[in-house]
Design a protein around this ligand. Structure first.
Ligand SMILES: [Zn+2]
Length: 316
């Protein structure tokens, strides 16, 4: 069975895409670094982890967030059953990803030895049939490139993601590591992905520039300032000024906002998670206030958080 037209797969089943409401496009309800969850010294208390995640999701719901897109790829301990329980308990929509991470920080050899066709078959299966016996169907495709050159393994994954996008119609969200957004867009679109359903992620990086943004947008894809609050990648004042500049140039329909937060994890957090603002809530409070100081009002912010995600997921 394919995705029902006009709907988006959430972990609790399809919802009308137009009813997704305020949507954060790149968060992690639970994740771990590749292999971290295999370290036997880490004692995982799943119930405690779930309670932590649910607390943060309830807080998100209380500030007006309706839908969380969980951007965790298969190899970073994606856990569809966990997402389902968290969604039920917090009464918030969660969209689960399929796809793989960078070669340097993911891509277990089992997947690395698959052809683009085999990978595409896997991703399509997770979207149309489901993830194991969880009953959860993936609703978004995730792919990533590391620092510097895009590796052959990453190219093959992007080709597979593009094929799966054209076959299923679900959107693609990406991870960049301070560049390669233009190359990512080209590989995806030249392999059949619909440009309007591609969101290049993490463009809010100190190595980014306005001309980099122009080159990405010229390919027809969208892009996300999805690390709001993570000042280690870019100070929020610079982030807000860049977003305001793009909006002043009429590009508000091509932009997305999110936080790349981790609500719970197995093991110790990564360096960038330490000192991050309160997950999920900060975007609707502190960062929205900051955008206001740069002339981006509540109506425009609502467009970035509601109309743009609905369009990316195939709504009108
Ligand atoms: Zn992320």
């Amino acid at each position: 069975m394919t995705q029902v037209p006009g709907t988006t797969n959430t972990v609790l089943g399809p919802v009308p895409t137009e009813a997704m409401g305020v949507t954060l496009m790149h968060e992690h309800v639970c994740m771990s670094n590749e292999g971290q969850f295999l370290d036997s010294r880490i004692v995982d208390d799943r119930a405690d982890r779930l309670a932590t995640a649910v607390g943060k999701l309830v807080a998100a719901r209380d500030v007006g967030i309706d839908t969380i897109v969980d951007a965790t790829p298969i190899d970073l301990n994606r856990d569809a059953a966990f997402l389902k329980e968290a969604s039920e308990a917090a009464q918030i929509n969660i969209v689960c990803s399929t796809g793989l991470y960078t070669e340097s920080h993911g891509q277990p050899s089992y997947f690395k030895h698959m052809s683009a066709q085999e990978l595409s078959d896997l991703f399509v299966h997770e979207i149309t049939e489901g993830i194991g016996n969880t009953g959860v169907r993936a609703g978004v495709l995730k792919c990533a490139t590391g620092e510097g050159e895009i590796t052959p393994t990453e190219v093959r994954t992007f080709e597979a993601i593009a094929h799966a996008q054209s076959k299923t119609g679900v959107p693609v969200i990406t991870h960049t590591s301070g560049g390669q957004g233009v190359e990512q867009a080209r590989i995806l679109t030249s392999n059949g992905a619909e440009a309007a359903q591609v969101m290049i992620g993490h463009v809010d990086h100190k190595r980014s520039s306005y001309s980099y943004y122009e080159r990405i947008l010229r390919t027809g894809v969208n892009m996300a300032f999805d690390r709001c609050g993570l000042q280690i990648f870019l100070p929020d004042t610079v982030r807000a000024a860049l977003i305001a500049g793009l909006i002043a140039n009429g590009l508000q329909d091509r932009l997305f906002l999110s936080m790349d937060s981790v609500s719970s994890r197995v093991g110790e957090p990564s360096a960038f998670e330490v000192g991050a603002p309160e997950p999920l809530v900060y975007l609707m409070t502190g960062f929205s206030d900051l955008l206001g100081q740069y002339g981006v009002g509540p109506e425009t912010i609502r467009t970035l958080l509601t109309a743009n995600p609905a369009r990316l997921f195939g709504g009108s």
